[in-house]
Design a protein around this ligand. Structure first.
Ligand code: SAH
Length: 482
């Protein structure tokens, strides 16, 4: 983070704006909206600033800027079209330790003014650190359409009841539960429908009916985080990620996704490495149970889909036994994500009428699969956790009847900026992979659909920084599965 976003209270605070033209006008307007006592220094002022002057909304010093003008101010903005003047305002303000903004010259600023979505008292600020104001404005436009104007009124009502709710509900957790019910339920609907008095009545009734315990029930969300690209999360996944008190995640969940979890949720890494399970499975199951029993909303975040080679079933069995409520949120499984991003349709009328997902996990050094079922014509086989056993998998498939020229591809870190596709044949793939310095996780796809990759490939990243994507370690040779 290059800058810390904060909300500055400026009511009745002296603020100095240097410049009185159209650029200054917008900043003056913002400062006045925030309640600041604005003084404008400029030899001349434009008509709009003059109008504000006539309405006694600002004070005008009809002069060129001098450092002495800053003596009363607690914040300064330079908005002239003269770079020298802007620079001298910036220097003088910094000497006096005053926060200063110079319009369109980020290097002269100690703070920048974000794009703003104003649903007061809800205010959303969007900044790009000066990198692209246009992008900030585009994001603003999107948010403007996404967030109903009534959110401001809803927040206003929440403010009215804040103290009452605090008095009625003892713990922070129970209050959070209460407010979530307010914002996601009937009260919000009433406000959106313009029935604010009814909304207030409903809120009052909720406060009366409140029993702390009602809002303190623990719950587990077993959520599929998809194969890597955060854009592939579901809306529901994201919503529950925002509600969780604590998150348990493992190494298949990209850091960019963990970053989307509610900021003050506790994060517990239960990652697994080959033969070095950081937290063994029974302990993960126990942890889920005990955290939920403490009344927490527990997010179990899993790579891909929780019910596809994800042990999701095992993790919720204990919960069922102990009557802990839970939800399972599907995710895009690696096969679907990697296939799409590699331009390899898993089924295709000309190539494959069925598709099998299997695990290539090694047991006692060999892969134990129903090879005859795998080696059928007109079928695509997707092998999860198949990197370590790759050579033996390809060999067995040829031995059980597939031609050695059968197309096969290994997809590394699919859907992320480090995606690579090594397309070859059953015969040549192991050598091609050995030469390619592949990084886990990887997925193996076997079948003639792989030939479509050349024609349909569309996602061709030129590599992200290694730790940006980090479907963390381990490297080639490690068993890349669970
Ligand atoms: N529940 C997960 C699978 C967990 S098993 C899902 O539905 O996708 C772990 C295996 O998934 C890895 O060994 C690898 O074969 C595969 N995998 C997961 N993410 C992947 C990715 N981004 N690219 C390639 N393979 C991936």
């Amino acid at each position: 983070m290059d800058a810390l976003p904060i909300f500055l209270k400026l009511r009745d605070t002296p603020a100095l704006v240097v410049g009185g033209g159209s650029v200054a006008e917008r900043k003056i307007d913002l400062l006045i909206r925030a309640g600041a006592k604005v003084t404008v220094v400029a030899p001349e002022i434009g008509s709009k600033v003059e109008a504000l002057l006539n309405q006694q909304k600002l004070h005008w010093i009809e002069d060129r800027f001098e450092p002495a003008h800053l003596s009363q101010a607690l914040i300064a903005i330079a908005a002239t079209d003269n770079e020298d003047v802007n620079r001298s305002v910036s220097e003088a303000a910094r000497q006096q330790n005053l926060p200063v903004n110079v319009v369109d010259q980020p290097d002269l600023c100690t703070f920048t003014v974000p794009s703003i979505v104003d649903r007061s008292p809800v205010i959303i600020a969007i900044g790009t650190g000066g990198a692209s104001p246009v992008l900030a404005r585009m994001l603003k436009a999107r948010l403007e359409t996404l967030i109903p104007a009534a959110y401001g009124r809803l927040a206003g009502i929440a403010r009215e009841f804040r103290d009452q709710v605090k008095a009625a509900l003892g713990s922070v957790d129970s209050r959070r539960g209460f407010w979530e019910k307010v914002f996601q339920g009937q009260v919000a609907e009433l406000v959106f429908a313009g029935k604010e008095n009814q909304a207030r009545a409903e809120l009052r009734a909720m406060i009366q009916a409140t029993e702390d315990a009602e809002f303190e029930k623990g719950e587990v969300y077993l959520v599929g985080a998809g194969p890597g690209d955060p854009d592939l999360l579901t809306f529901r996944a994201l919503r529950l990620m925002q509600r969780a008190d604590v998150v348990l995640y493992d190494r298949l969940v990209a850091p960019a996704i963990v970053d989307l979890v509610r900021r003050d949720a506790d994060r517990i890494f239960v990652g697994k490495e080959k033969s070095n399970h950081v937290v063994p499975q029974p302990e993960i199951n126990e942890l889920l149970l005990s955290l939920a029993q403490e009344g927490k909303r527990v997010l179990r975040l899993k790579g891909g889909d929780p019910f596809i080679f994800g042990r999701g079933g095992e993790e919720i069995e204990d919960l069922v036994r102990h009557n802990i409520p839970f939800q399972v949120i599907p995710g895009i499984t690696a096969a679907a994500g990697c296939a799409s991003y590699a331009g390899i349709p898993l089924t295709h009328r000309d190539h494959a009428q069925s598709c099998l997902f299997v695990t290539g996990h090694l047991k006692d050094g060999s892969v134990d699969l129903n090879w005859d079922a795998l080696c059928q014509p007109g079928q695509t086989v997707v092998v999860y956790m198949g990197l370590t056993g790759l050579e033996s998998i390809c060999r067995e498939m040829i031995r059980h009847g597939l031609k050695d020229t059968t197309p096969a591809a290994l997809i590394q870190q699919g859907t992320t900026l480090n995606q690579r596709v090594i397309a070859a044949t059953l015969d040549s793939l192991p050598d091609a992979v050995a030469a390619a310095n592949v990084r886990a996780p990887t997925l193996l796809v076997v079948g003639s659909v792989v030939t479509l990759h050349d024609k349909l490939s569309w996602f061709d990243p030129d590599g992200g920084p290694p730790d940006d994507l980090a479907l963390n370690e381990p490297g080639r040779g490690a068993n890349d599965g669970l």
